[in-house]
Write a protein that binds this ligand. Structure first.
Ligand SMILES: [Zn+2]
Length: 410
């Protein structure tokens, strides 16, 4: 078995599901147990400045073996798995020389991964796939990324004839609950820029993501006995539905794709007296994003004009921003990743992320950080799988990036 697969199989056995409710960092103790193991491995491989802090961030540096100064590159992956589906007792299954047919994940429970549901399976005919047993997620998101980075630095240590600048490694907690960058010490990390190995299928290269805001709108009504309500009752649920109906009907997740933005109504909780709406607002374009927030504000004002001041109360917060604005000035770091992929026979697929990544927040914290494929598919569920070859190619891409950067004198 090759090294990256071996490491991957080891890491998926750790139960590292994150949890939005604990308020701790890392949010769950299993992540710290994996962090300790990763720290030990980095030390055994022979990296320097290996550390694990109280928040679960594992860091290490492979020093430069060059006489000239070249950029210090970082590689980042996250240790937690999504709370959307259980990651306990992951039991990976191998599908060797995949024949292109439906894959039975679990015959007892009749769980089948159908090609009709996941047609991209056809791309991997003849390859080895690692799947779940149908009862858990796999955790290729993002333990494939960890295994790839670990394999690449180990290879560099074993092959000192490969010339490279300093390579900085960080494994982070709690990405899946949006907190992976919270306690990331960019200064201590020390890289000039980095790549997260946290994308999906082979070839993915991402440096654009949504601008993102969260809005909570509380509508106040007035409850009166319905028999005596004429000209007295104000039904907050009806004011809220009026508000909803004023938003553009096509700007919702189920009707948008590519670079299109949206308003997404997350929840409604209501009664006559009080109704609360929660929205997330998303757009790639900063100007359109501001317009969307303005429309929400204007519509709240409209409710206040129609039903009296204090009827609608708006809480609006920015969550994260499109990293493009931070990557564009250092666009060569995307070009290098692109070139690295081409040189190892991977066709780059530059796509916008319809969400956020840790990299987007890191980019705004002073560490420009595009995202590279880790190789998996169908994240956060029982149909998650990863082709072994995609993981090996990700290792090749890391090594090639390091090799290309060794020729970039500062
Ligand atoms: Zn991920």
């Amino acid at each position: 078995m090759n090294t990256v697969t071996e490491k991957f199989l080891k890491y998926v056995k750790y139960y590292t599901e994150s949890d939005t409710e604990t308020g701790l960092t890392p949010s769950t103790p299993g992540q710290m147990i994996l962090a300790e193991e990763l720290k030990k491995e980095l030390e055994e491989i022979g990296l320097e400045q290996v550390s694990l802090d109280e928040n679960g961030y594992v860091m290490g540096v492979l020093p430069s073996n060059l006489d000239v100064e070249v950029p210090k590159v970082g590689f980042v992956a996250h240790m937690d798995t999504s709370p959307d589906f259980t990651g306990k007792n992951v039991n990976p299954q191998f599908v060797e020389n995949y024949d292109g047919n439906d894959i039975v994940l679990n015959s007892d429970e009749n769980i089948v991964m159908k090609v009709s549901d996941f047609p991209e399976l056809k791309k991997y005919v003849g390859q080895t796939l690692i799947t779940t047993d149908g009862t858990t997620l796999l955790g290729a998101d993002d333990k494939a990324g960890i295994a790839e980075i670990m394999t690449a630095v180990e290879y560099l240590v074993q092959h000192p004839e490969i010339k490279h600048g300093a390579v900085h490694i960080c494994f982070t907690p709690d990405e899946e609950i949006g907190r992976g960058a919270d306690y990331f010490n960019v200064e201590k990390f020390g890289a000039d820029f980095a790549y997260t190995l946290d994308g999906g299928e082979i070839g993915e290269l991402q440096y654009e993501n949504f601008n993102a805001a969260f809005a909570k709108i509380t509508f106040k009504g007035r409850n009166v006995h319905p028999g005596m309500a004429k000209n007295k009752m104000i039904n907050s649920m009806l004011i809220a539905t009026e508000f909803i109906s004023r938003l553009p009907v096509d700007d919702m997740p189920e009707k948008t794709e590519g670079y299109e933005g949206f308003y997404h109504l997350l929840s409604i909780q209501g009664g006559v007296e009080k109704t609360t709406l929660q929205y997330i607002i998303r757009d790639f374009d900063k100007e359109k994003y501001e317009e969307r927030k303005q429309l929400i504000t204007d519509l709240c004002n409209k409710s206040n004009e129609d039903y009296g001041e204090g009827t609608a109360k708006l809480e609006l917060v920015d969550q994260y921003f499109n990293m493009r604005e931070k990557i564009e000035p250092v666009k060569h770091i995307v070009d290098i990743a692109n070139e690295a992929m081409l040189q190892v026979g991977v066709t780059p697929n530059v796509v916008p992320v319809r969400g956020g990544t840790d990299g987007s927040r890191l980019s705004f914290m002073g560490l420009p950080c595009p995202n590279i494929f880790a190789g998996g598919h169908n994240f956060h569920g029982r149909f998650e799988y990863v082709p072994v070859k995609s993981m090996q190619k990700a290792v090749d891409v890391i090594l090639k990036i390091v090799e290309l950067l060794a020729k970039v004198e500062k």
